[in-house]
Design a binder for this molecule. Structure first.
Ligand code: NDP
Length: 239
């Protein structure tokens, strides 16, 4: 059997597509999200599903430890879980920023902490963090989301340098618009309409989740001495 892959936010969108692709490649999986019923519905072979909120380090660590007892050391962690609550800072409820920063930044750091020590000890392993084009450039009403995703770029590159000598790879994947549930959590209907109008007048439609899953698989499937540090991937028509 191939090595254990851990995926956060596998209950929909990019995480779900990546779980299916990694399973087809023969990997046992630890799948994490809050909607465990969506994880279990995937019904993939050699799959352990646990209801974990990535902001809770203890339950995250317990799930990883449990999966490693069954399938051996985690060789790949995909920190994919994230939320996008677009808003204008002057009017947006600050609890939305806190939620985004907790999930998109603290959740990623928690994930790194659950596996990094053991990867360093084994001199092998890969962590892939999902950022966004919004982690490279700014957009209207994206201030807190951009802050969270710029942070994902920064922490990934910082840790990459720290663990490079231990043969551990750190990769950041930065997608443009992808057709998933992501926009549905934004509460400001005007901002949602603006986003949809911009999309309709430019790219028409975002990428498929599996387009991103293929990029993840590409980065991971390189030999261990080849580290794809960053992939920015978007519809050809997206600026
Ligand atoms: P979805 O909304 O479809 O998926 C988000 C996933 O994150 C869900 O599985 C959700 O599961 C999980 N999640 C959210 N909060 C938590 C939490 N606290 N603990 C555990 N899991 C959580 O969106 P995408 O697939 O698009 O998003 C995946 C990643 O890709 C995100 O990091 C997003 O920022 C990034 N991205 C997406 C883009 C897009 O256009 N779609 C563009 C650029 C980046 P559950 O609710 O069951 O917990």
């Amino acid at each position: 059997m191939k090595k254990l892959v851990v995926i956060t936010g596998a209950s929909s969108g990019i995480g779900k597509a990546t779980a299916i692709r990694m399973s087809e490649a023969g990997h046992p999986l630890l799948l994490l999200a809050r909607r465990i019923e969506n994880l279990e519905a995937l019904n993939l072979p050699n799959m352990l599903c646990r209801k974990v909120d990535v902001t809770d380090l203890n339950s995250f660590q317990a799930a990883v430890d449990e999966a490693e007892k069954i399938y051996g050391p985690a060789d790949l962690l995909i920190n994919n879980a994230g939320v996008m609550l677009l808003g204008n800072i002057a009017t947006q409820d600050s609890t939305e920023w806190q939620q985004m920063l907790n999930i998109n930044v603290m959740g990623v750091l928690n994930g790194v902490k659950t596996v990094l020590g053991k990867m360093i000890a084994r001199n092998e392993g890969t962590i892939i963090n999902l950022s966004s084009i919004a982690g490279r450039k700014t957009f209207p009403d994206h201030a807190a989301y951009c802050a969270s995703k710029f942070a994902v770029h920064a922490l990934t590159e910082n840790i990459r340098g720290e663990v490079a000598g231990h043969n551990v790879r750190m990769t950041v994947i930065a997608p443009g618009v992808v057709e998933t549930e992501l926009l549905s959590h934004t509460t400001d209907s005007t901002i949602v309409d603006n986003y949809k109008n911009w999309k309709a007048s430019t790219i028409k439609q975002g990428l498929n989740p599996d387009d991103i899953a293929r990029a993840i698989e590409y980065a991971y499937s390189q030999p261990q001495n080849v580290c794809i540090r960053e992939i920015v991937i978007a519809d050809t028509r997206q600026d």
